[in-house]
Design a protein around this ligand. Structure first.
Ligand code: COS
Length: 379
């Protein structure tokens, strides 16, 4: 086993840390309050290569490995998970999905601008009545010969209003159940698309979450990814990698809160000494550091398996489950260590706590991760 990072991986980590600590920090509180979409950060991160970090340079990506992606996601998420979720969806769901399974035409036309970050993508699986139970797709893609006719509603879509390209999961042959599901690349400016209001979320408030409605939207047949009926497997396989991104995001939220709590506990005094000198606080910090390190190993192991071309579905489910629970627990403890200061916005930890909650919910709830893990160990 080798626990060293390569020079290239350390450079990516440093670049993400520098950007987060210098730029994201400046307006993160204001964007949390206003829910304003961080367009200027997306543009800057695109220029630095973070929007197509794992995409092959042949398609204008940065060509880095999944370990580099985890390192970058941790650093960005320490400061602002609203920005890191945009990076995550674009990279591990949209760019990866098209690169791994798309046609040459789809890669030329859509992957290039997505990897350059000129446009961003969204992944449209969830519906009002289909989130965890992803086979129950009500959105239909009716085969009309040389095009599909798309009708239905998608919910909780990250980048819902700002995306230039949607990957839409829809049912084409209901009698075949999940084997009749397709995935289509749909351009945002197609006729018949309407976008619902910005969701007023508890956390990750400046990411762009919307419902998207399709009414008789014509999608060329050539925009279907893979064979007829490949859509459900596409979603499952793509989410396996997406969960590495969200696990790394949860890790970053936890380590961001921990670093703030550590700093605060060395400055704040009670009973005549810094609170870090009280065992009640020192033991909390020890538990936080230990759990964060374990979450980091889970993330890196899943990323390493993916980079080695080995199965990583169970590892990514474990990483997401553990890192999300760690984020929720660590951020709550970070608020506790800050006392009253932890409960107000300017100390950041209450925001990190609100952000942590979502990592237990999206890209498969913690309960879904336990289904995936238990099925594997009970095989
Ligand atoms: N990779 C490839 N294929 C997969 C797969 C994976 N990771 N997981 C399932 N499949 C295939 C199965 O092999 C099966 O195919 P066949 O019928 O050809 O054998 C098919 O998909 C159906 O699988 P399964 O019977 O396991 O489906 P279930 O309805 O029991 O659901 C879970 C499985 C729970 C794992 C799935 O529904 C899921 O991941 N749900 C959560 C979705 C999610 O993350 N939603 C959040 C919205 S995205 S932000």
């Amino acid at each position: 086993m080798n626990f060293n990072f390569t020079e290239e991986q350390i450079l990516i980590q440093q670049a993400a840390r520098d950007y987060a600590q210098r730029e994201l920090i400046k307006d993160v509180l204001q964007r949390d309050a206003s829910s304003e979409f961080p367009a200027h950060h997306v543009k800057a991160l695109a220029e630095l290569g973070f929007m197509g970090i794992m995409t092959d340079p042949v398609y204008d990506g940065a060509g880095m490995d999944t370990i580099s992606y985890v390192l970058a996601m941790e650093e960005l998420s320490k400061v602002d998970a609203s920005v890191s979720v945009i990076v995550s969806v674009n990279n591990s769901l949209v760019c990866y999905g098209i690169e791994a399974f798309g046609s040459n035409m789809q890669k030329e036309k859509y992957l290039r601008p997505l990897a350059r970050g000129e446009i961003i993508g969204a992944f449209l699986l969830s519906e009002p009545e289909a989130g965890s139970d992803a086979t129950m797709q009500r959105t239909t893609a009716e085969d009309k010969g040389d095009y599909y006719l798309l009708n239905g509603t998608k919910n909780w879509i990250t980048n819902g209003n700002s995306a230039g390209v949607y990957l839409v999961i829809a049912q084409s042959h209901p009698e075949k159940k999940h084997k009749g599901i397709n995935v289509l690349i749909v351009e945002r400016n197609s006729q018949g698309i309407s976008v619902g209001p910005h969701e007023d979320k508890m956390g990750m408030r400046s990411s762009d979450t919307h419902s998207v409605m399709f009414t008789d939207v014509k999608v060329p047949k050539e925009n279907r990814i893979g064979d007829d009926g490949f859509g459900f497997r596409f979603a499952m396989q793509t989410l396996e990698g997406g969960r590495i991104g969200i696990a790394a995001q949860a890790l970053g939220i936890a380590s961001g809160a921990y670093e703030r709590a550590l700093q605060y506990s060395k400055e704040r005094k009670t009973f005549g000494t810094e609170i870090a000198n009280h065992q009640a606080i020192a033991f909390k910090l020890a538990d936080m550091a230990t759990n964060i390190e374990a979450a980091r190993f889970f993330c890196l192991k899943a990323a390493w398996l993916k980079d080695q071309g080995q199965p990583y579905g169970t590892a990514s489910a474990m990483a997401k489950l553990f890192a999300a629970d760690t984020a929720m627990w660590v951020t709550t403890e970070a608020v506790q260590i800050h006392g009253g200061y932890g409960y107000v916005r300017e100390y950041h930890v209450e925001r990190l706590m609100r952000e942590a909650k979502l990592t237990q919910i999206y890209e498969g709830t913690s309960e879904i991760q336990k289904i995936i893990i238990s099925r594997e160990i009970l095989k």
